[in-house]
Design a protein around this ligand. Structure first.
Ligand SMILES: [Mn+2]
Length: 330
């Protein structure tokens, strides 16, 4: 399969939508704002054409994302529908560099792969890959130029959520002119930035803040303050009455500290310690994760180290020290 330019691929996706009538949409495991936002936006566009589209994901997602219009209609299931693939014209995989990220091991029908991650395996019958896209939801907006569906407030809200969450509410390096142009178009179509920020940023469960407090108490600084580590044990989850989703984003607090180039969260897990790393520009944590069989990208990556937390930290910190060596602290 040769690689199409993003513009040609967007047109190919639009043509597949135009020629079909029933579609299935999925995304990656533990879906985030771009996963659910882009899927709901695409669903809304297909439905406005009078066609059928269902969204199915392997894992549930946090309450903030459930506030998006249509989120409660997303099917959460361990397996694809019984009538897949025969009853569908195509399966869309949103934000999945490899088809296995969906959590559904085999995808026998035609797949339309829509993503913005470097290293996407181009496993689809159509591969719409745009590394410059601020979010996959924004790619859906661009694709829609070929369909001409009028974006309503619900679709605009889903697209805005995808864009806002993937750019860290317009803070990360993917906060480009394109991100603001997309946001402008969505706001014009009825997305409400202040309300969406309230859902996502200021409606956290109490348990997640309690868990954050326990975690911050374990903060350790290394390499003269250039590296921060924190830990997260099963006992913390019990004490805070927290769920798995409550720990999302805790690792970012380490990176917020002045002078820190890389932060790592060490979380008790089956078979050892689950490590999440976040780096500032100039540091590549993906390489470290890959050396343990994990993945991610330069600024955010994760892996499993088959040791208890203390052993995992002793193994990891020298690798992080090597990764930040020679990198200037801003
Ligand atoms: Mn994304």
């Amino acid at each position: 399969m040769s690689e199409l330019t993003p513009e040609a691929a967007a047109l190919a996706v639009a043509e597949r939508i135009r020629s079909g009538s029933r579609f299935l949409i999925t995304s990656h495991r533990n879906p985030d704002g771009d996963a659910i936002g882009s899927a709901l936006a695409l669903q809304g566009i297909i439905r406005k054409l009078g066609k059928s589209a269902e969204v199915i994901v392997r894992d549930d997602f946090g309450k903030p994302l459930h506030r998006m219009p249509g989120a409660d209609g997303v099917v959460i299931s361990d397996s694809l529908p019984a009538d897949y693939p025969d009853a569908y014209d195509a399966l869309f995989t949103m934000e999945c560099p490899e088809h296995e990220r969906t959590g559904f091991p085999v995808l026998p029908g035609p797949v339309i792969n829509i993503d913005h991650h470097l290293g996407n395996k181009l496993y689809g019958e159509v591969n719409f890959l745009d590394l410059d896209a601020p979010s996959v939801g924004e790619m859906v907006l661009r694709m829609n130029r070929h369909l001409g569906v009028e974006i309503d407030a619900d679709i605009a809200t889903a697209m805005y959520v995808s864009l806002a969450t993937d750019t860290g509410f317009f803070r990360y390096s993917n906060t480009t002119m394109r991100a603001f142009e997309g946001a402008q178009e969505m706001i014009r179509a009825g997305a409400d930035p202040a309300e969406i920020s309230l859902w996502i940023n200021e409606s956290l469960p109490l348990s997640s803040i309690r868990l954050l407090g326990l975690c911050l108490n374990t903060l350790k600084m290394h390499d003269g303050g250039r590296i921060a580590t924190m830990e997260l044990t099963d006992a913390f989850f019990a004490e805070a009455q927290a769920s798995k989703e409550d720990s999302e984003g805790v690792v970012n607090y380490g990176r917020m500290i002045d002078g820190v180039l890389v932060a790592a969260m060490l979380k008790e897990a089956d078979g050892g310690t689950r490590v999440s790393m976040r780096a500032k520009p100039g540091v590549d944590v993906q390489k470290i994760a890959a050396s343990f069989g994990g993945g991610g990208h330069k600024a955010a990556a994760g892996c499993l180290i088959p040791l208890p937390i203390d052993g995992a930290r002793a193994t990891l910190v020298p690798l992080l020290e090597a990764a930040v060596k020679g990198v200037a602290t801003s």
